[in-house]
Write a protein that binds this ligand. Structure first.
Ligand SMILES: [Fe+2]
Length: 184
């Protein structure tokens, strides 16, 4: 077997190492904002022809897991969204998330819950804030934040950092037209 020559660390690997170094016990309330800043720095130091980014763009997959941390459980996803791609309002339960736009423009609406949550399956939500993620912009959404995404200028290369595996937690999707809420 040939000995592999040492190679320079990629900007993705550097970013992951920086997130791991910042993680601590994972409970720092500033952590989502630290990860947001690290993701913005990673975008600023990643060229579209860097091999790992070029591959992500070339493959054009709507969803790809780029990294899953074996110790802390966080996940970095990479998405290539066609113009017009969107999803219904949802939350990430007890997890927080950082969305970032590498290219294209993705609008994310953040909603506030307008009812008191006392009726099973019923929810009214109202738009509270519209974040416009132009290239290089990243935004943190905290536990319970209800949000929906819309790729207004595609293709949108969107990075989504998940503080934990969403398949393992309880979270909800909302239908504002029907005023309903259901577990994902
Ligand atoms: Fe989300």
């Amino acid at each position: 077997m040939a000995v592999q020559e040492s190679r320079a660390e990629t900007s993705l690997e550097r970013y992951i190492a920086e997130v791991r170094a910042a993680w601590g016990d994972g409970k720092d309330p500033q952590l989502p904002f630290k990860v947001k800043a690290l993701m913005e720095k990673m975008f600023a130091t990643t060229r579209s022809d860097d091999p790992w980014m070029a591959e992500l763009i070339r493959e054009g997959k709507p969803s790809r897991e780029l990294y899953r941390d074996p110790d802390f459980g966080f996940i970095q996803m990479g998405h290539v969204h066609k113009q017009g791609h969107g999803n219904k309002p949802h939350d990430h339960g007890p997890c927080w998330v950082v969305y970032g736009s590498y290219s294209g423009v993705t609008e994310i609406t953040k909603y506030k819950r307008a009812d008191d949550g006392s009726r099973e399956g019923f929810a009214t939500i109202e738009p509270e804030r519209l974040d416009r993620l132009t290239p290089g912009v990243c935004v943190a959404y905290l536990p319970g934040d209800i949000h929906s995404t819309h790729a207004v200028e595609g293709p949108g290369i969107v990075f989504r950092f998940l503080s934990y595996d969403l398949d393992q937690i309880e979270r909800y999707r909302y239908n504002p037209e029907k005023s309903t809420v259901a577990r994902v």
